[in-house]
Ligand binder design. Structure first.
Ligand code: CMX
Length: 385
């Protein structure tokens, strides 16, 4: 069923209304954006499950300017989230509703949107919107002999939450969709580990857990954050734990999703097989192309990751042995039918950590973008809230 995504409110002077909601709800906009197509400037506020979208006209002939002129400031529209805006538009058009465009149009917040005429919907302007993948642009921070790509989104007044991606992954490939679900409630930060995504790859890369933990620390330093909540996916989960071990005061709480602490030779073999660049290039050329676009040098990255994976049985055993010393609150989560790691691993981790909660979500795929992200985001909001 389409969920209420936001409530649009037409305003004359957004600054005044921002102050009002600050006073009423103690929230500030987490995003402000001009949508030329709609001739509006939008200011998004988090209001629990749904959002408020303050709409300010940017031109005299904007629909919002007409609205404010004829009816004054006030509730302007209700927007419902749909998976497929084209299909929704076709269905409602066939059902005889007047849609205000023939196809979904670009709206605020990276959405594709269309409206139904308020005369067909008992006086309420109804919008349907579909989220589209949105790029998250990094800043490049000098780091050792190269640079780290670091990312920031969301509310500057909200608690910082650092997202760490997995091995041979990146912020763009893995954690960006989760950022989109959390940006209304957190100051969301992320970093591409050395050699991953848009961070530079050293000439002779040697990956270690300490290097990746140091990447996380460097991102926090850059954003001048003393201590953050940290979420890590897969190897990023192990690195979140390592960051808490190495820099305990920089981490408030942790959430680790899909992290494996039960490495054995079979899993190492399975993982190294997945990192075979020749096999990927010959059998899956489209994937190879995607990886080439995602990383500075994906073949070298994968080679260095293979060497790192070989160290994981010893490293994760050391981590487990030392995990009793991590007294930060930790949320351990995984999907119940992970196609890569056994379900025992989150249970082991949960048992081993002195201050952990456990959540098993329904799902079959290890990859973070395929996880039930709305459920995961709800859990993170609750745990870090
Ligand atoms: N809610 C309820 N009724 C509305 C309305 C609204 N937001 N906007 C207009 N109406 C009503 C008017 O009151 C009027 O009713 P009466 O005839 O009973 O007086 C009727 O609809 C026609 O309105 P109008 O002022 O003559 O304006 P138009 O028909 O030219 O345009 C509408 C109305 C809805 C078609 C136009 O505003 C539109 O295309 N809206 C969709 C685009 C939009 O609103 N974009 C801004 C939001 C962007 C975003 O969320 O990103």
């Amino acid at each position: 069923m389409p969920a209420l995504e936001h409530v649009g409110i037409a305003v004359d002077d957004a600054e005044v209304v921002v102050d009002l909601y600050h006073e009423l709800l103690d929230v500030l906009p987490y995003k402000t954006e001009t949508v030329d197509e709609q001739k509006v400037r939008t200011h998004f506020l988090s209001a629990g499950g749904a959002k408020l979208e303050l709409l300010e006209a940017t031109a005299a002939d904007s629909p919002v300017a007409n609205y404010v002129e004829k009816r004054g400031e006030g509730l302007h529209h209700l927007a419902f989230d749909v998976d497929d805006a084209d299909a929704a538009l076709e269905r409602l058009d066939d059902a005889g509703y007047r849609t205000l465009s023939d196809t979904p149009r670009p709206g605020a917040d990276g959405k594709r949107i269309f409206f139904l005429h308020p005369k067909d919907t008992h006086g309420v302007l109804v919008e349907f919107c579909e989220s589209t993948p949105v790029a998250w642009t990094p800043e490049r921070v000098p780091y050792r002999d190269g640079h780290l790509a670091v990312y920031e989104a969301g509310r500057s007044d909200a608690p910082p939450l650092l997202l760490l991606h997995g091995a041979a992954g990146s912020t763009a490939l893995e954690t960006t969709p989760l950022m989109r679900k959390l940006e209304a409630d957190f100051r969301v930060l992320a970093v591409d580990f050395t050699g991953h995504g848009q961070s530079s790859l050293p000439d002779d890369p040697e990956f270690t857990a300490d290097l990746f933990a140091d990447n996380a620390r460097a991102a926090l330093d850059y954003f001048e954050v003393d201590a953050a909540d940290v979420f890590g996916f897969s190897m990023g989960g192990n690195m979140a734990l390592q960051t808490a071990r190495r820099f305990p005061d920089r981490v408030r709480r942790l959430a680790v999703h899909g992290a494996n602490v039960a490495w054995n030779d079979d899993l190492v073999d399975a993982m190294t097989a997945r990192l075979n660049t020749d096999a990927i290039a010959s059998r899956y050329p489209a994937t190879a192309q995607r990886l080439a676009a995602a990383h500075e040098d994906w073949k070298q990255l994968f080679a260095a990751t293979r060497d790192f994976v070989e160290q994981l049985p010893a490293l994760t055993q050391q981590m487990l042995d030392a995990s009793g010393a991590i007294d930060h609150p930790v949320l351990v989560s995984a999907v119940d039918e992970d196609d890569l790691f056994p379900l025992e691993t989150p249970l082991t981790l949960h048992r081993q950590l002195p201050n952990a909660r456990l959540a098993i979500l329904p799902g079959r795929r290890h990859a973070l973008p395929d996880a039930p992200l709305s459920h995961l985001a709800d859990l993170l909001r609750e745990f870090f809230g």
